[in-house]
Design a binder for this molecule. Sequence first.
Ligand SMILES: [Zn+2]
Ligand SMILES: [Zn+2]
Length: 242
Amino acid sequence: MIKNFFKSVFYAIFPKNFTCDICGEETFDGNNLCEKCKPTVKFNNGVTCPVCGRKNVISEICMECKALAPQFDKAYSPLIYGDGSSALIGKFKKGSGYLKDYFCDLMIQGVKSFPEFDFITYIPVTKKTKYKRGYNQARLLARELSKRLNVKVIDDVLIKLHDTEEQKGLSKRKRLENLKGCFRVHKRKECKGKRILLVDDILTTGATADEACKLLRGAKAKKIYFITVASVEYKPEREIIL
Ligand SMILES: [Zn+2]
Ligand SMILES: [Zn+2]
């Protein structure tokens, strides 16, 4: 943790990176990724599902969104989750909070493609996780986007009451079951009739987003746009596990 602290101070003083954000090798050219790691970060700039924003084979609503419509109105992620992006997000969660700048450079164009919104908020973590990590990574992204867009962030619109079991490998329905009751709307009045930009780091099955958005809808939010750094690719050959 102390090492990470000094690293953040170093990067605050010398914002230009000298080492690769993935492997730590020196880059010399001021680039944040070395030549070897750069190709492992895949951009989600091809054909996507117009609802969940995940990479798709055709520019149509993906089968997963058709089978179980998401609770958000529209989502976008600049990166495809895997290899390079998962390494970067892993580091971002574990002390490398400075990566928010790089991620927001990538997210900003997508955010601008959304219709207007009234405020920004984020998927919360439990107090325990925040204490362990020192911050909520989604809040860092939300605050950085807010600075760049000049749209306010409202903190603690949602709160997370307890941690959930490891969600990896579970179906969306099972994930939704696990998530039941873990979030609560803390600021209902702020949501009524409002268009909200909700921020998180990854979109996988969309279960977390769904549970959070369902609660925001319950608090009468008018529109919800969801933005993450990365999302998993939609694969039609993959069995839809609902
Ligand atoms: Zn590298
Ligand atoms: Zn979709």
